[in-house]
Structures are given as C-alpha cells and as structure tokens.
Design a protein around this ligand. Sequence first.
Ligand code: AMP
Ligand code: MG
Length: 267
Amino acid sequence: MKQYKVELNKKISLAKLDPNETGDFDGGKEKGLKAIEKLNAELQELQELLYAEGKHKVLVVLQAMDTGGKDGTIRRVFEGVNPQGVKVASFKVPTSEELARDFLWRVHKVVPGNGEIVIFNRSHYEDVLVVRVRNFVPKEVWSKRYDQINEFEKILADNGTLILKFFLNISKDEQKERLQARLDDPSKHWKFSLGDLNERKLWDDYQQAYEDAINKTSTKYAPWYVVPANRKWYRDLVISTVLVDALKSLKMKYPKPKDNLDGVVIE
Ligand code: AMP
Ligand code: MG
C-alpha cells in the first residue's frame, strides 16, 4: 500500500492515477472484505492500546469530491472501535463566528488529545479547495495557506500527533453513478444537494486544486495518501492497512499499574 503515499519532492498528477485500480492485491472483493475484517479487529486493539497508553494523538483527514466515500469510510473502517476514544469532526460551510476568525481557529479546537483518534470529515483543506475554486477569498489569501497548513500540522506533529491524510480518488463517471443512485433512492435524498451539481461542473478546477494542495502539503510528518476509491472495498482496504501499520509503528505499550500489584489477593 506504500505506493499510494505521496512522497516528498515527487509531484503527483491526478490525471495519471487510476481510481479503478486494485493495485497488486491478490484476489477480488470477497478476499478484500475478509482482509478488512481482520484489519478492523487489529485496529480495535490498537485503539484500545492508544487510549490506555494516553501518549499519542491520531488525526485522520478525509477529503474527497462529493460522493467520494468519506462517510462510508468512517462507517466501515472504524466499525466497532470504542467510541470513548474516537471522535469525528465534520467541517461544513463556516458559521459567521468562524468566518470572523482565522481559518484554523475552528480546526485547532477539535484536534485530538492524548490517546484520542479524531477523524476529520473534510478539514482545513476546504480552505484551499472550495474556497479557492469558488474565489471566496482572493488568491493572495489562499495561496499563503499551504505554508500555514504545513506549519500548523508541524506543531501538531511536534506535540505527539500522528497525522494521516487521505484523498479518496473517484472518477467523474463514478461520481455520476453515485449521484444518480442518491437521486433514485428516497432514503438517500437527504444527502443530495443541488449544489453538488454545480460543484460537479467545476470538476477540473477541483482536480487542479486537489493536486496542488496534495503536492504542497505532503510532508514527512503529515503525508497524503491518494487512494483509488471507485471500488469501496479497495478504498477501505488501503486506508485500514495504512492506519494499522502506522499505529503499529508507534510501538505502544500498556502502562504499568499505578500500584504494586504483586501478591494482591481479592477476597
Ligand atoms: P457535506 O460534507 O456534504 O455535509 O457538505 C459540507 C459543505 O461545506 C461542502 O459543500 C463543503 O464544500 C462546504 N465547506 C466546508 N468547509 C468549507 C469552507 N471552509 N468554506 C466554504 N465551504 C466549506
Ligand atoms: Mg454533500
């Protein structure tokens, strides 16, 4: 799964990456789902350990075009983890209170604390994506934000935060199918917004904005992964694998008991 990590100083071109691919994974969906199940059990254990040790913080950033699968990823990858130590922060159109402050204000307030995993469903990256594409602020404002984001993430990393950023890469055709499925299913109408069709018209501008954001902010301490996301099972497999490997690399240990428990007898 290492091939999806955006390496420092090696620029990616989204047009050259295939949202349909399943890498060198041996076996199709059925095997993939089994592998995800195993990884999910590992994730549950690692999260328990993270919480018990209370030393590291984990920030997972999910970005994608509309229908890209952010909600589905959260549901599937984090299935069964203890809600006590995992939170989701969703970033919507900023409120007037948020707009009256710098763009990182609302973000910094919800970063993970010790032992916590926080999943960002959209993130501070919206401020160089929709904000850039829609000209909500002048270029001289948004263009400075890449460095500002890198410095912000450096502060988090220096304070013990493991940061993993995922771009769920779907194709324009796949988005059409998913939007159509939402339209055809009344139970999914709540997810359908006519505004999504306007954003779809700006597909190419968004691809460019994503490409720039990923190339300018993939750092050693906060790398981006561009995940082929047309196939949901493969998307979940890649993200679960990256997450489990990264958590394992923290070499966490259960803390020693507060008291000496030698010879303790419970009567
Ligand atoms: P959803 O994720 O479908 O609930 O939609 C949330 C909406 O909020 C999306 O259309 C985002 O583009 C929008 N949004 C999130 N952050 C910002 C931001 N900083 N500025 C403007 N729009 C934003
Ligand atoms: Mg939406």
